[in-house]
Design a protein around this ligand. Structure first.
Ligand SMILES: NC(=O)c1cc2c(=O)c3cc(F)ccc3oc2nc1N
Length: 327
């Protein structure tokens, strides 16, 4: 094969492997066996070795950097990454609803989402390419962990349109990865992680991306910082568009048009939680209409248009303990 054919073949293999990786890690619906993926991956590696000038930065072979960082750069969030205020019982949910309807003086509908118990991160894409990832930090300044986030296979290195946007989500460690990692650590005489959130945070704060890559982290995207030229008018439409673009969003979100529906959703998931393959510590309730969100605005540290209903903390540990005992 000549140079021109090699360049085309490298491009074709890269796109094919990225599509298969999207089906496996984002849709959880692989269409080819792992062995076929591995064979195509090896073919790409060999061609890239022969023609390094054709290696694309969104090639699957470029996900895991080979040199550790000495330190993390600081990153300023153009739109602050605030935190959610909490509700601990039904009455506090009703109080939230009353404040919202009084503040708006009009009908309101909500989006309810599972509150993933991981590490909040921001992902920036320019013309459809993943260019920077950062931790929340103090909300205004976070740490640049792009190298480590590139190792999360469910984070697309390029998205389906040449959009420029900054999205937020929760990086987390699924229960299966958490249990395997702790078994490893105990076997090596190391301290096991207390919970998946600490394990995810510890993994993303590694200066060596090869260690982060071994931790099999995952992510769900759930909010937007900035979105150039976006005409979308609701949070639910944004979640749908993010999914269309190739981002992994949590499938369990629901639109609720009354606070009773919100309470039903909370009650359902407080029972259903132990059957999830990842840790959640509550439910996030958000006003769906973006104009209404704008009208309600923010306090110094939290949006007035969202609240986190928190499940009682101790249960989270018993859930994991049960799983550990059953292993
Ligand atoms: N852990 C989560 O699963 C989760 C967290 C947040 C936030 O922290 C959050 C913070 C804001 F200032 C605004 C919206 C948010 O939406 C969120 N939505 C979620 N699903």
């Amino acid at each position: 094969m000549n140079r021109e054919q090699a360049q085309k073949k490298i491009e074709k293999l890269k796109n094919l492997l990225n599509q298969y990786s999207y089906e496996y890690y984002v849709l959880d619906q692989p269409t080819i066996p792992d062995s076929e993926y591995d064979q195509l991956y090896r073919e790409l590696e060999q061609l890239e070795e022969q023609y390094p000038e054709f290696i694309a930065d969104d090639s699957p072979t470029q996900r895991v950097g080979d040199k550790p960082l000495d330190f993390f750069q600081k990153v300023e969030h153009k739109v602050p990454m605030l935190s959610l205020s909490n509700a601990f019982n039904e009455q506090e949910l009703k109080d939230f609803h009353r404040r919202v309807t009084q503040g708006l003086n009009e009908e309101v509908s909500y989006v309810c989402e599972l509150k993933i118990d991981g590490l909040a991160v921001s992902l920036t894409y320019e013309n459809g390419k993943f260019v920077r990832g950062a931790t929340r930090g103090d909300g205004n300044v976070g740490e640049d962990i792009t190298m480590n986030l590139r190792t999360i296979r469910s984070i697309p290195l390029t998205i389906k349109d040449k959009e420029t946007l900054e999205v937020r989500g929760e990086a987390f460690m699924p229960h299966s990865s958490f249990l395997k990692l702790n078994e490893e650590r105990v076997k090596n005489g190391e301290e096991p992680f207390a919970n998946p959130r600490n394990a995810a945070a510890g993994s993303l704060r590694q200066l060596d991306p090869k260690i982060a890559a071994e931790r099999h982290l995952d992510i769900f995207l759930y909010a937007v910082g900035e979105w150039e030229n976006s005409q979308l008018t609701s949070h639910s439409a944004r979640l749908e568009k993010l999914k269309e673009l190739g981002f992994k969003t949590n499938p369990e979100w629901r639109k609720c048009s009354t606070i009773e529906e919100v309470i039903d959703f909370v009650e359902y998931w407080s029972k259903e939680r132990p059957n999830l393959p990842y840790e959640i510590d509550g439910i996030v309730i958000k006003v769906d209409d973006l104009r209404q969100q704008e009208k309600l605005g923010f306090t110094a540290k939290s949006p007035r248009w969202a609240i986190a209903y928190k499940f009682p903390a101790e249960e989270a540990m018993t859930v994991l303990k049960d799983i550990e005992l059953s292993v």
